[in-house]
Write a protein of this length. Structure first.
Length: 207
């Protein structure tokens, strides 16, 4: 999935492999990438490029807007506070999202075959037994799907890991749910890798 996928009214998500996205050549992105390790810079520039492509595709009038970060590190579109944007990277995969009038978080994860039962229990609360009974590869994949939904929620809220994503109840196999004022979707029919997004329920009219 590289073209924009509308997952909800005024909410779009796109994903790709890092190597399939031409790295961003925007001067602001290059300046930030200079301070990163080489491997992280590649992911960062691919993520920014995918995000800028997505913005251009769904809202061309916003394409020239700068991308900044708030004090908690959440990306923002300069001059457009009611436009939600989000980027995620994992093991050579990158995802980006744009939401008009909504807060937004996206998360993509490459499954980790080293998932331990204790980690599964931490994420899955009373559902852990449904994961530990699966073959290891399948268990790792399902844990990754759960984690993307949890991470997307706290990213939408602007809290990141400090929002304690593992406390959010996401049942294994679920495709949608809610957390406070946010709704989350796991894009199981659209992405071979675990990929979820979360967005605020309230739509704010924007110009």
């Amino acid at each position: 999935m590289t073209a924009a996928l509308m997952v909800e009214d005024h909410v779009w998500v796109s994903t790709s492999a890092v190597g399939r996205v031409a790295p961003s050549a925007h001067r602001d992105d290059l300046r930030r990438a200079d301070a990163l390790p080489e491997w992280r810079a590649r992911e960062f520039l691919a993520g920014r490029a995918l995000l800028r492509e997505l913005i251009t595709e769904v809202r061309p009038a916003l394409a020239a807007a700068g991308i900044t970060t708030d004090p908690r590190g959440k990306p923002r579109l300069h001059g457009h506070p009611t436009v939600g944007i989000s980027v995620s990277h994992s093991g050579g995969a990158v995802a980006a999202g744009v939401a008009i009038g909504r807060d937004l978080g996206v998360d993509v994860q490459r499954p980790d075959s080293a998932v331990t039962p204790s980690f599964a229990r931490r994420l899955l609360h009373g559902h852990a037994h449904r994961i530990t009974a699966l073959p290891p590869a399948r268990a790792a994949e399902e844990v990754a799907w759960v984690w993307t939904a949890q991470e997307a929620c706290v990213k939408a809220g602007g809290e990141g890991i400090s929002g304690r994503p593992w406390t959010i109840d996401v049942p294994p196999g679920a495709r949608a749910g809610s957390w406070g004022d946010y709704r989350w979707l796991s894009l199981r029919d659209h992405s071979p890798l675990p990929l979820s997004c979360a967005f605020s329920a309230k739509h704010v009219t924007t110009s």
